[in-house]
Design a protein around this ligand. Structure first.
Ligand code: BCO
Length: 569
């Protein structure tokens, strides 16, 4: 169905554009240096339209900019030229048809469909601030995000449209609903038909690097998710030569990043990094994760680089395939959760490829990593990726010496580097809380060695990192509390051989449920959580307990439960 829609744009000749480019000997390599601090930058005009021009001059190979496939044999291939055309149309739909303006908030909740890339770039062209979110979200998650972000618009699919409609009257800021579908729906504008009839002529805004561009919701320890706001400098960072050393992509590369479009990893691996280098962004629709499909895809398509969370690599290794020697794959990177040295070694033995580790958060994007070709120290997350200066700090922001446990800090004074979030939107208190002396305090514990390699240790707080998802316990506890069987609960992380960690719920039952079959009740509670909040948060482990450990003031001691799970007590 998608193919039918996009086919009409295949071979479409975009209108001539008036763009100015530097003349280059090697496209994409020498445009900025590490010392550059441009006041203005716009990823759409400075990067996408640049590659469009390179294509027009015949200086880029035939590989597409976006290569999208699904399990039904559908395929979309867009050149940069087509991307410029389609995203200018998208920009016109957003500003002219929808009357959205620079600075307005747009919630972007799409699965891996090509329109996700159009909307991101359409927003960047117009200065509309986009707020990606996972399609796993349920009505409560969507309501919360629409309300706290004051989103004026939402772009989503049929799968979530009725959920949005059910809460729209409680979201006074929400004026525009755009549907990506082949069907129309009352009260919704039809994105696919609108871009067909929109003009491809659009003048991109001149955004300042300090102007806001995108907001990511990130889970909190004690509260509901916060909004980490990034500016256009976040996108500029990928153009710095030292940042580009991480993957060292070339225009001929085909990069597949598995991340759901709702996470910052998708912005890094499926948008800014590959297109800065003029590479192909490869996407498999993959509505349900299946490691077999991942393996088959490596054998079928000429993918040269792969980026995914460690759990994905573990799940691939568990598959009983005769060979994991992929014909074109050259480089694999991972991040989002801890990776064990033995897992890196197993991947090398099975595939013949090294597995390079990186580290980042929604607030930071990629903070450190093992650059392609750099010596891998198994278990380490590599070194700081400039322009970030990463240090291990104490609670007052003092820099700690090598091999001393502390918190990962990123220098923000005297100058905040490109790529670090601006603030938590509407939350100066929480923003101030993560400032620690001259550093942003990540809350993640680590050490640094004499060579600058960073070694992750864990967190002191209650945040759970389950298969690459950061999950705040409160969100899960609140969901459990809605079930009549739950008198109270405490949610903590628990070790897992495949997912690294999983969510575990300790539950005190209400008297009327004490006699219920525990296995059945576990299933019921798991399904309940999956139905009221994004299912990736559901407790994969449940333990019924007579009471929860508490402080004298009645606060639940999650740390005690967590320590028991990890055998530390
Ligand atoms: O395992 P179950 O089957 O019991 O449950 C799964 C799904 O089946 C289920 N589910 C999904 N959609 C649903 C649904 N249930 C009801 N309704 C729906 N609409 O819910 C559970 C979801 O768990 P999952 O997402 O972990 O699924 P799965 O299929 O096991 O996927 C495994 C992974 C490894 C692919 C997945 O966990 C994953 O993508 N992890 C990586 C997350 C990630 O990208 N993190 C990076 C964040 S950005 C960052 O860290 C900064 C780095 C610079």
């Amino acid at each position: 169905v998608l193919w039918g829609i996009h086919k009409s744009f295949h071979g479409f000749h975009p209108a001539p554009r008036h763009l100015h480019y530097q003349s280059l000997s090697a496209p994409g390599t020498t445009r900025w240096n590490d010392q550059d601090t441009p006041e203005e930058f716009n990823f759409a005009s400075d990067v996408i339209d640049y590659w469009t021009q390179i294509e027009k001059e015949g200086k880029r190979g035939p590989n597409p900019a976006l290569w999208w496939v699904n399990n039904q044999g559908d395929e979309v291939k867009w050149s940069f030229r087509e991307l410029t055309d389609l995203t200018c149309r998208t920009a016109n739909v957003l500003t002219q048809t929808c009357d959205l303006q620079q600075g307005d908030h747009l919630a972007l909740i799409l699965p891996r469909v090509p329109e996700w890339w159009l909307v991101c770039l359409g927003c960047i062209r117009t200065g509309i601030i986009f707020i990606p979110g996972t399609t796993q979200m349920k009505v409560k998650d969507i309501l919360y995000r629409l309300q706290v972000s004051n989103a004026k618009s939402i772009v989503t699919t049929d799968a979530l449209a009725s959920e949005v409609d059910s809460v729209a009257s409680n979201c006074p800021a929400l004026k525009i609903k755009l549907l990506v579908s082949d069907h129309s729906r009352k009260g919704w504008m039809d994105f696919r038909s609108l871009i067909k009839s929109a003009s491809p002529e659009h003048t991109c805004i001149k955004s300042k690097t300090k102007d806001p561009m995108v907001i990511y919701f990130t889970s909190g320890t004690t509260s509901l998710p916060k909004m980490a706001k990034h500016n256009h400098g976040f996108a500029f960072r990928f153009s710095l030569p030292s940042s580009r050393k991480f993957l060292q992509l070339k225009a001929a590369d085909v990069l597949w990043c598995l991340s759901d479009p709702g996470w910052i990893m998708a912005a890094i691996g499926s948008l800014f990094t590959p297109w800065t280098a003029g590479s192909t962004v490869f996407i498999h629709h993959l509505p349900q994760f299946d490691p077999k499909v991942i393996i088959q895809t490596f054998f079928k398509y000429p993918i040269t680089q792969y980026l995914a969370a460690p759990s994905v690599f573990r799940m691939i290794l568990q598959e009983n395939f005769t060979s994991l020697r992929f014909p074109t794959l050259e480089h694999c990177s991972t991040g989002g959760e801890a990776l064990m040295p033995e897992e890196q070694e197993k991947w090398r033995q099975q595939t013949g490829l090294l597995l390079y580790q990186g580290y980042g958060q929604s607030e930071t994007g990629l903070a450190c990593g093992t650059f392609r070709g750099m010596k891998i120290k198994p278990g380490s997350m590599g070194k700081a990726i400039p322009p970030f200066e990463v240090q291990i700090i104490d609670s007052k922001g003092n820099i700690l010496p090598p091999n001393t446990e502390g918190t990962i800090g990123i220098r923000i004074k005297p100058t905040k580097p490109f790529g670090l979030f601006m603030c938590y939107e509407n939350d100066p208190v929480k923003t101030a809380e993560v400032e620690c002396g001259d550093f942003y305090n990540s809350g993640d514990n680590a050490t640094i060695d004499e060579e600058g390699y960073i070694w992750f240790l864990g967190r002191d707080d209650d945040i759970i990192n389950a298969s690459g998802y950061r999950i705040g316990p409160v969100e899960v506890e609140n969901s459990l509390a809605e079930h009549p069987a739950v008198a109270e609960s405490a949610v903590v992380s628990s070790p897992d051989p495949v997912r690294g960690q999983v969510v575990k719920a300790f539950i005190v039952l209400t008297p009327q449920f004490l006699s219920h079959d525990p296995d059945q009740l576990t299933k019921e509670l798991q399904e309940h959580v999956k139905s009221v909040t994004a299912p990736y948060k559901y407790p994969r482990k449940v333990e019924f307990v007579p009471e929860l450990p508490k402080t004298v003031t009645g606060k639940i001691k999650r740390s005690e439960l967590r320590q028991k799970e990890f055998g530390l007590m």
